[in-house]
Design a protein around this ligand. Structure first.
Ligand code: ADP
Ligand code: GN1
Ligand code: MG
Length: 348
């Protein structure tokens, strides 16, 4: 968890190191949970994104930046828009600020869901022919739900904050779904589901939407772009882009998965994700439930471990987030037949 504060002088001296000397303002920006992100403006009116990479989570920023420069270079070589690294000096980096577009934390209409999913499909498509070598595996077993369950069990056993007794309902919910946890990792191990280059963090605020057309003009937050499964990328879109309420909404009656947004996601994704095989298509609806359960498990684990991973704003923040994720899983389970039908009809 990085709740560190930075003085203006500190930030200006980092910017100075990158050759940006006429800074008129610099302040916290965005709502990411991992890195410390700042927007800086200079006297000419040019804006920058300055980020301190969270090195507790990303132990090898050089490998990460190597991935990012290969990925962004490849996308640009095909005429696409991407992050532009203006400077990097571990743990700081400077990006050009992408103008004319914005990120949102909650989808506002079906059209945005369609366009965001289409942007992620195009991203995966563009990277399908990235020349060798294989990208660095920045966070091994990142979406491996079986491993995430093991980490949850360890945190529950240690119970460092004495919080276990208060989460018995959440633990029961997770425990009732352990059987499904290995479905994608096992299918990847057997080769049924192929390894692809994937983003691995396709939440809705990691794609910049055009201010006018709402099109996804650039996929950002490329820290976890590495070998993975396309299913996890689609699943995280379902988690974040079908949600009727914020990831940390306390009133669970407002939290559910919207079928019309799910349908828009499927259409937007399948329009360009022509590479999917039959096993992937078959697991598309399932991937939404699995990744949402997995993120719920991760929030719960962090809550039990004393909030050391995700940035939190208050005492129970991770527990609140865990509850929304589990409610989303329940909502997707209720609509399972409909969601599977939508995938089948659009995959024809
Ligand atoms: P985190 O890993 O903490 O989620 P992100 O890289 O996603 O950090 O950045 C946090 C937020 O900052 C994004 O959701 C987006 O709103 C904004 N942002 C990041 N990079 C850019 C950029 N190049 N141009 C404009 N906004 C950006
Ligand atoms: C983190 O970095 P950000 O805020 O885009 C996390 C994702 C989680 C997400 C939950 C590197 O994403 O895996 O799904 O929070 N990123 C990392 O909101 O752990
Ligand atoms: Mg982000």
């Amino acid at each position: 968890m990085s709740n560190r504060t930075y003085t203006d002088e500190e930030l200006k001296s980092v910017l100075d190191g990158f050759g940006i000397r006429d800074v008129v303002s610099v302040g916290r920006y965005g709502s990411g949970h991992i890195n410390d992100t700042f927007k800086a403006d200079d006297a000419r009116g040019v804006s920058y994104i300055l980020q301190r990479i969270n090195t507790d989570i990303f132990p090898d920023p050089d490998a990460m930046m190597d991935n990012i420069s290969r990925v962004t270079g490849h996308i640009r070589s095909k005429g696409g828009r991407s992050l532009e690294v203006l400077g990097y000096s571990n743990p700081w980096r400077l990006y050009a600020f992408i103008t004319g577009a914005r990120t949102i934390d909650l989808i506002e209409n079906s059209s945005q869901a369609f366009l965001a999913a289409n942007a992620f499909a195009k991203f995966q498509n563009a990277l399908a022919d990235l020349p060798a070598p294989r990208l660095h595996e920045i966070l091994p077993r990142f979406h491996d739900t079986v491993n995430r369950l093991r980490l949850l069990d360890e945190a529950a056993k240690a119970d460092v904050k004495g919080r276990l007794a208060s989460v018995s309902r959440e633990m029961d919910f997770v425990n009732a779904r352990r059987e499904e946890a290995g479905r994608i990792v096992n299918a990847m191990a057997s080769g049924e589901i192929p390894e692809r280059i994937t983003h691995n963090d396709t939440k809705i605020n990691n794609v910049m939407l055009d201010d006018v057309t709402q099109e996804g003009v650039a996929v950002i937050d490329l820290d976890t772009t590495m070998p993975g499964s396309a299913l996890y990328d689609f699943g995280d879109m379902v988690r974040t882009s079908t949600a009727a309420a914020a990831e940390d909404e306390k009133d669970l009656s407002k939290v559910f998965s919207r079928k019309e947004y799910f349908e828009a996601l499927v259409k937007g994704y399948l329009k360009d994700a022509k590479f999917l095989n039959a096993a992937e298509l078959d697991a598309l609806a399932f991937s939404g439930r699995l990744i949402t359960l997995t993120i719920g498990i991760r929030f719960l684990t962090d809550y039990l471990a004393g909030d050391t991973y995700f940035r939190t704003a208050y005492e129970d923040h991770n527990l609140v987030r865990c509850r929304t994720q589990l409610k989303m899983v329940a909502s997707m389970e209720e609509q399972r037949g409909e969601y599977e039908r939508i995938v089948r009809e659009n995959a024809k």
